[in-house]
Design a protein around this ligand. Structure first.
Ligand code: SF4
Length: 336
């Protein structure tokens, strides 16, 4: 399949181009790749070199993303290309996120073929995930446009490091997002992820303004972002800017990649973070990557009864009636 000219860039002098897709604003001379390894200056044109070349495709339960308040139990046709605009020291998918397109095996699939494959697999959702969907923006957008016409929902699992203009365009086609808010510390983002915090906060606010269903994940890494102070800051920012109905997922870190010298997150830390958020008035707070019945269950904020019970990514009980608890209370989410 042909590589595709990128959206959101400008031409500078002498064949140099500047990408405007994410807040890195890479300036690329002829032949150079952006930090994401997914966009290249080819003869003075910025090109998405990963367009139509997915390296990972799978059918996952939507709970795996995790999105707990979005069509529970439905299958999400999940897709990724190589590349990422961050370089997190704890990346679980570094073999594809830090790779060039030809470093790993990939398929050739048009957007039409992707949507057809999703339909053949009875997936009501397409999830742009595993690496960072922003860096395969044009491919994602073209798939999402077709999927929307076919009544398939689109969701992103993203680091949120994207500029406003492309995000606004994307919001016309996506229905849900899980944003990985790693910390409220700018230093954490700079040292651990080679990125900046401020644009990610802007993304979260814009997604909410645009009516996209948002859930937030915070991976707690021992000694780096798991202090009471850091957890409190994050909880307070989310409450103030997104509201207490946003589902918050505190998930466990396991030693990996460049942070394999750190211990895994303790269950006590995850439970502590969950309690802190509940004490701040959050209605839906979860723990992830550990077995925890309470932390996997959605409770009604009014009567306190369990609404949706999960074991791992599986729903074992669902008492929702048209988006409401049997007591009548509306449960925030996109349920149909
Ligand atoms: S999307 Fe890629 S090329 Fe564009 S600014 Fe971000 S890292 Fe650079």
């Amino acid at each position: 399949m042909q590589e595709k000219e990128a959206m959101f860039y400008r031409k500078l002098d002498k064949g140099v181009v500047q990408c405007q897709l994410c807040p890195h604003f890479c300036v690329l001379k002829l032949g150079e790749y952006g930090k994401c390894k997914a966009r290249q200056n080819q003869n003075g044109k910025l090109v998405s070199v990963v367009y139509g070349k997915p390296c990972s495709i799978a059918i996952d339960p939507i709970e795996k993303k995790p999105l707990y308040h979005f069509l529970p139990g439905e299958a999400a046709f999940s897709i990724a290309t190589t590349g990422c605009n961050l370089a997190c020291k704890h990346c679980q998918n570094a073999e594809i996120s830090q790779a060039y397109v030809d470093d790993v095996p990939h398929m050739n699939m048009t957007p039409e073929q992707v949507v057809l494959d999703a339909k053949l697999n009875n997936a009501k959702i397409i999830a742009y995930t595993y690496t960072e969907p922003t860096i395969f923006y044009e491919y994602m957008l073209d798939i999402a446009k077709i999927a929307k016409k076919e009544n398939i929902k689109n969701i992103i699992v993203s680091n949120g490091f994207i500029n406003k203009e492309p995000l606004k365009e994307l919001c016309k086609y996506i229905d849900g997002a899980n944003i990985d808010l790693k910390s409220l510390s700018p230093e954490f983002y700079e040292e651990i992820c080679h990125a900046r915090l401020a644009p990610i906060l802007e993304t979260l606010k814009l997604l909410k303004q645009q009516g996209v269903w948002v859930e937030v994940t915070n991976l707690l890494i021992p000694t780096l972002n798991d202090s009471d102070e850091q957890i409190s800051k994050l909880i307070e920012w989310v409450k103030e800017n997104l509201g207490h109905d946003v589902p918050l997922h505190f998930t466990a870190f396991y030693p990996y990649y460049k942070l394999n010298h750190l211990p895994p997150t303790s269950i006590a830390t995850l439970k502590k973070a969950r309690k802190m958020a509940l004490d701040h008035g959050f209605h839906y707070v979860y723990t992830g990557n550990i077995p925890d019945e309470e932390g996997s269950t959605t409770y009604c904020p009014r009567c306190g009864k369990p609404i949706i019970k999960r074991i791992g990514f599986e729903i074992i009980e669902n008492n929702l009636i048209e988006g409401r608890c049997p007591c009548g209370e509306e449960i925030a989410g996109m349920w149909s």
